[in-house]
Design a protein around this ligand. Structure first.
Ligand code: KG4
Ligand code: ZN
Length: 341
């Protein structure tokens, strides 16, 4: 029954969590930096690193206290080593190494993308390979085939990540940062009229493209303004969301069918999107595949998923040494699936 402290600082959340045996989240603390980055409409790497430095000790201390755990009770420390912002990753890695040395604990280096996928395993004991996973966040948009032994990336975005498109559209409309939750809420309240926007289906591949959609939003709003017909924000938000979700859903269903699996998972910050969840649920019903999604609170960056991703390696005593380094461009292709399910 490994008891693992997870640490996550790859982007703009400083997070620590204590998780027992994948499924029992004893504590999960997430200190968001949204207020720091909001004035800039996106994450500023130097400010992210500085905020992590200021908060990491408190966040780890709070996670241990909330779990009623002392470092000596732990079996290992799991830390995100990439992909992500180099300066931000280094803060979590340094904290993890310091604690590992001080408490005599082994260290496990975790791939952030593998951790997002593992977020599905926390609440769903039946989320087992083979499966297809749609991983959608501010930095990534991937369709992944999860087999018994490795991850295969079926397709990914060739330009913006879908969360990045949400953030850029929200910034253009002056709706604040992060854009996803605001656009989601606005679109939910929109009337029946929504802006009709193009969908980049990238036929014949599982790749995605979202920068054209963002540009189409900007042009539609500017043209309407030039005609003196200001478009309602909700109508724009709903049109953008419908187009983005359509592409994600169509490609995910195609991947599930083509690869021939009957299980599908969703992960990453955009997996909290209400329209995406609703559309995928209805597709799962009509096509007869099992859909597993983390609760909204486990979709965005957190450290419980980092601890969960390390569980199998801790059981097998597959530890990393103190030499682990930040790997900002770490990929998922070919990584062995060690996520215990
Ligand atoms: O996974 P995450 O916390 O960080 C990365 O690894 O990137 O994802 C953050 C992204 C942001 O772009 C945010 O706008 C988006 O997830 N997001 C949403 C929603 N909640 C967060 N996008 C659409 N709908 C939401 N409800
Ligand atoms: Zn993430």
């Amino acid at each position: 029954m490994p008891l693992i402290l997870g640490i996550e600082t790859s982007c703009d959340e400083t997070a620590a969590a204590v998780v027992e045996d994948v499924h029992e989240v004893r504590s999960s603390i997430v200190a968001s930096q949204h207020d720091t980055h909001a004035p800039f409409g996106g994450v500023v790497p130097e400010l992210a690193a500085r905020d992590h430095v200021e908060r990491i000790d408190t966040v780890i201390g709070d996670a241990l206290a909330a779990a009623g755990t002392e470092p000596r009770d732990l079996d290992a420390i799991a830390v995100t080593v990439g992909p992500g912002l180099a300066g931000a990753l280094l803060v979590g890695i340094s904290a993890a190494k310091g604690m590992a040395v001080a408490a005599g604990l082994p260290l496990v280096a975790v791939n952030h993308l593998e951790a997002h996928i593992a977020s599905n395993s926390i609440e769903h004991a039946d989320f087992v390979p083979p499966a297809v996973v749609l991983l959608v966040s501010g930095g990534h948009t991937l369709l992944v085939h999860l087999t018994g032994d490795r991850f295969t990336v079926l397709g990914e975005t060739v330009d913006d990540a879908v969360g990045e498109a949400y953030d850029k559209v929200a910034r253009f409309l002056g709706l604040g940062y992060p854009g996803g939750p605001v656009i989601d809420a606005l679109a939910r309240d929109a009337g029946p009229g929504l802006l009709d926007l193009p969908r980049a289906m990238m036929d014949g591949s599982y790749d995605f493209s979202f920068s054209g959609l963002k540009t189409a939003v900007v042009q539609a709003v500017r043209k309407a303004d030039a005609r003196g017909e200001h478009l309602d924000d909700a109508e724009v938000a709903a049109g953008f969301q419908e187009a983005a979700v359509d592409v994600l859903v169509v490609k995910t269903v195609a991947a599930v069918r083509d690869v021939g699996v009957d299980r599908c998972g969703v992960a990453g910050g955009v997996a909290a999107n209400s329209r995406l969840r609703e559309r995928l649920e209805s597709e799962a019903d009509s096509h007869g595949f099992a859909l597993r999604m983390p609760s909204p609170g486990l979709c965005a960056d957190n450290a419980a998923m980092v601890a969960a991703a390390a569980d199998a390696r801790v059981r097998d005593s597959e530890f990393d040494g103190l030499h682990v380094a930040a790997q900002p461009s770490l990929r998922l292709d070919g990584v062995w699936t060690r996520t215990r399910t």
